[in-house]
Structure formats: C-alpha cells, structure tokens
Design a binder for this molecule. Structure first.
Ligand code: GH3
Ligand code: MG
Ligand code: MG
Ligand code: MG
Length: 305
C-alpha cells in the first residue's frame, strides 16, 4: 500500500485512546509504519495530550471508565485549539444509533471492533492524507506568494490571537507598521522585477531580525509590512524598530532616486497596546498607521510612536 508523504517535515502524529492496553498495542503495531503513534488510556489524558501534541488524527474508544469517548469528543470539539483534529471512533458498540451519535458529535469515521487490520490501516491513511492536505492548503492561504512570509489574512489571525493572549496575561502588545521609502521611484528606476526581489530581501531581513519565537512579521500589502511584538512595551518596540531599520540599511540595496539616502530605507509607525488593553483591532491598526504617516510627513527614514 502507498505510504503517506507529509507536505512538511516530520511524520504525521496519531493519538490512540483506549482503556485496554492490548487494544492500543494492536493499533500501535499496525500503524507505526505510517505515523508516530501516541497513546492515552483515559479521557482526561486524551484531552491533555491532544492540547499539547496537536495530533493529526485521533482514534477514540467509546466505552471507558470515567469520561467516555463521546464526552472526550465533545470537549475536543468545544476547544478551538483541538476542534480541527479529526476523530475516528473505534468501538465495540455496534448499534447504528451509536454510529449516528459519533458522526453527530463531529467524528469523521466510525470503526467497529473487532476490526479488520487492513481496513483500519486504509481508513487511517485516508484521513491522515486529508488532514495533511487541508493543513497544507490552510498554510498556503495564509502565506504571501512573493515573499513567503505571512500575508494579510495570516496577520489578522495571529493579531487576534496575540491580542487575546496579551489581555489574558496582562502584557503589553506592540505593533509596527513598516513602509519602504520611495518605493514607487525604486520600481521606476530599477524595474518591477528588481522591485519584487527587493521586497523578498526586505521580508527575509525583517523576519531574520525578529529573534523571539513569538514575534512575527507579515506583508501587509504592497511595500508595507507589519510586525507584531507580544510582551513588548513602547521602549522595547522602538528598539526593535531601530534594529529593523538597521538591518535593511545593512542590506545596502542601492536606491539612487531616494531623497533620504542612497540605499533603501524604512519608515516605521509604532503603537503599543497597554497591558489592560482598551483599543479595538481597528483602533490599534489606525494608531500605528497614524504614526507611520507622521514618520513619512516628518521626512521618512524614521520611527514615530
Ligand atoms: P513613500 O515613501 O511615501 O512610502 O513612497 P512610496 O513610493 O514608497 O509609496 P507609494 O504608496 O506611492 O508607492 C508604493 C509602490 O510600491 C507603488 C507600487 O508600484 C509598489 N509596489 C507595491 N507592491 C509591489 C510589488 O509586489 N512589487 C513591486 N515591484 N512593487 C510593488
Ligand atoms: Mg473501552
Ligand atoms: Mg512606501
Ligand atoms: Mg506604502
């Protein structure tokens, strides 16, 4: 049978949940050539592992002491962090009503014990393939084709999540709006192809300069980028903005028709949301935009906050 080829590095992750270790062992032996198999022997453990590991597929027993499989499924679906993980019920319950219940709870498949090993393997492979494909398409939808960093849609998603996290943890959240200076003239002087290459180089340099794993940069549109800096106050944001400006200057991309330098430069507007929040998404964006506008008006190649 054809093996799974993941779209990204690493093997798919499968979580097997069953209160009988023998059942887990059988499934583990059967499926480990296809994926990394993890196991849980009760409902609470299944929920914890699912949150931490984010498996690509869950094989879920129904009858278990304590929390049964249906309840585990309900809770997984209720949590946005785990709601997208496909679930296959594997159960000795053989009444059609049980199967209907499983599907109503959002399962993608229902397998009866005792099962045929080859059929289980084929079903698991099919569902893993669908999951990897949908992950891949999702990723593609959030990534900018020219620069390979997050696009506006990707930014919006992460912005919402970062705002929620900042509120929860009572931490500041800084937003930088970054715009290339005199880029229209750059295109006019050097042509669109070099303009495109320039945007790729700028995007890579911005991404490489942000060194904390939870910082991010996105292409906001055209020659405009946005950086999101969780747990960063106004002074910290200004420091990061300076590092980004320097990184772009170090690229030393010739720009003869710029009025502010002979190399490519950036203007940056910075807006920090205080730990107690307050401003809405639009407000926060407008605020950073206003600072960017000010940086342009005051002469470009500068940071305003
Ligand atoms: P300012 O200093 O005020 O920001 O001036 P600017 O010329 O950079 O700003 P303006 O908004 O007038 O022009 C932005 C230019 O960016 C116009 C457009 O041709 C160019 N641009 C936008 N997206 C792309 C792209 O994907 N590739 C290339 N090559 N150019 C792009
Ligand atoms: Mg059981
Ligand atoms: Mg510009
Ligand atoms: Mg612009």
């Amino acid at each position: 049978m054809e093996r799974l080829k993941p779209f990204f590095h690493g093997r798919p992750k499968l979580l097997v949940v069953d209160d009988q270790p023998i059942n887990i062992r059988v499934l583990h032996e059967l499926l480990r050539p296809e994926c990394d198999v993890f196991m849980a022997t009760h409902g609470e453990q299944a929920l914890t592992i699912s949150r931490e590991l984010r498996p690509d597929l869950i094989l879920l027993d129904v009858v278990m002491p304590g929390m049964d499989g249906y309840e585990v499924c309900r809770r997984l679906k209720a949590n946005p962090e785990t709601s997208e993980i496909p679930i296959i019920f594997v159960t000795g319950k053989s009444h059609e009503d049980d199967e209907a219940t499983g599907f109503e709870l959002g399962a993608v498949d229902f397998i009866r014990k005792p099962f045929n090993a080859l059929v289980v393997r084929a079903r698991v492979i099919n569902h893993l393939r669908l999951k990897l494909q949908s992950d891949y398409l999702r990723q593609m939808a959030l990534i900018d084709g020219l620069t390979s960093i997050l696009n506006r849609r990707g930014f919006d998603e992460r912005f919402d999540a970062a705002r929620a996290q900042a509120q929860r943890e009572q931490k500041p959240l800084s937003l930088l709006m970054i715009d290339v200076d005199y880029f229209k003239r750059y295109n006019d002087q050097y042509g669109h192809l070099r303009g495109d290459q320039c945007l790729r180089d700028v995007a890579q340099a911005l991404a490489n300069t942000l060194n904390r794993p939870y910082d991010l940069v996105a292409r906001f549109g055209g020659e405009e980028f946005a950086a999101l800096l969780p747990d960063t106050d106004e002074a910290g944001a200004r420091q990061v903005a300076e590092r980004l400006q320097e990184a772009i200057k170090r690229l030393a991309i010739e720009h003869r028709s710029s009025d502010v330098a002979t190399v490519l430069t950036l203007s940056i507007g910075s807006a920090t949301l205080p730990p107690n929040g307050g401003a809405g998404v639009e407000q926060h964006l407008n605020w950073a935009d206003e600072q960017l506008y000010r940086a342009k008006a005051e002469g470009r190649d500068r940071i305003c906050s």
